[in-house]
Design a binder for this molecule. Structure first.
Ligand code: ZN
Length: 311
């Protein structure tokens, strides 16, 4: 009886062993970043497949593919676990494509534009330089390897940001120019003459007058049109001693401009003028030795050097 039982146990043990041997075997767990991504049976063969798979890529913009180091752990496991195809696929998910790109950077801006070709980068720079030549943007190209893919959308967004930035720079520049030509809130938008040359500066001492020059003389041909330099109201026209024919415009906030030695006056008291409107013509009336405009800016009755505001 006991013999029979032992025999039965031995047979059962053998059967189980056969079953185990048939179903289980030594395999390799493939490990990436401490994680098992699959099971394979032949380590050397699998490594060859990895080399083949990741050496080539269909995307011409991919410079190369990086793969975190692959480890192998020998284990006893069910044969059914082994699936080399799937393991390769899983490895692919861990692989990172590295792209060769051209970075267009604008020195004062953190935002860069990335494109795949040098030609495209040069074209973008050309366009930006033409569009924003007023501020001569300092744009440069750099070849880079990045893990982020370039898309039409990413190019569009980056371009928009850079353009917005350049736009802001232009506006800042314009505002600075306006500020520099603004006296007590009055913007001196233009010069009183389109032509002519300065013949006597503000503050100069000359024989023709017994005091320091309180305005700016601009020599110009007879009858050259004289323009209001800012918006305002004509408050005085007519003969005024040494000024000869004189036009005075009030611009508000205590700012007034004077235009002297005119040959004729084409505006009248009370006239509302815009900057650039013609108010008189150049002549040599009053204390003058030749055709020129004597131009003054006064703030609350005090003389101001006009040169920086109109040139
Ligand atoms: Zn003068």
């Amino acid at each position: 009886m006991i013999k029979k039982i032992i025999k039965a146990i031995v047979i059962a043990f053998l059967l189980i062993s056969i079953l185990i041997i048939a179903k289980f075997k030594t395999v390799y767990a493939v490990v990436v970043n401490d994680e098992v991504v699959g099971y394979i049976s032949n380590k050397e063969n699998f490594q060859q497949q990895i080399d083949k798979k990741f050496a080539t890529t269909e995307n011409e913009n991919v410079a190369f593919v990086t793969l975190d180091s692959v480890g192998y752990e020998k284990i006893i496991a069910s044969k059914n676990l082994v699936d080399e195809e799937q393991t390769l696929e899983n490895l692919k998910e861990n692989a990172k494509s590295v792209y060769r790109v051209y970075e267009i950077s604008y020195s004062e801006n953190e935002e860069s534009i990335y494109v795949y070709s040098m030609e495209e980068a040069e074209e973008i720079i050309q366009n930006l330089k033409e569009k924003y030549n007023e501020i001569e943007p300092n744009l440069s190209i750099q070849e880079l390897y990045v893990e982020k893919e370039v898309t039409d959308e990413s190019i569009k967004l980056a371009k928009e940001k850079v353009e917005q930035d350049l736009e802001n720079k232009i506006n800042e520049k314009k505002q600075k120019e306006i500020d520099a030509k603004t006296i007590k809130g009055v913007y001196i938008a233009c010069a009183p003459l389109s032509t002519g040359r300065i013949s006597s500066r503000y503050g100069s001492v000359e024989r023709i007058r017994d005091h320091v020059h309180q305005g700016l003389d601009i020599a110009a041909p007879y009858a050259t049109q004289i323009k209001a330099v800012a918006d305002g109201t004509v408050v005085s026209t007519g003969w005024s001693g040494g000024y000869g024919n004189l036009v005075i415009i009030d611009h508000g906030n205590g700012v007034r401009t004077y235009y002297g030695h005119c040959s004729s006056i084409t505006s009248y008291v009370g006239k509302q003028v815009k900057s650039g409107d013609i108010i008189a013509k150049v002549g040599s009336t009053g204390n003058s030795t030749g055709n020129h405009l004597h131009f003054e800016i006064r703030v609350d009755g005090n003389y101001v050097n006009p040169e920086g505001y109109i040139y």
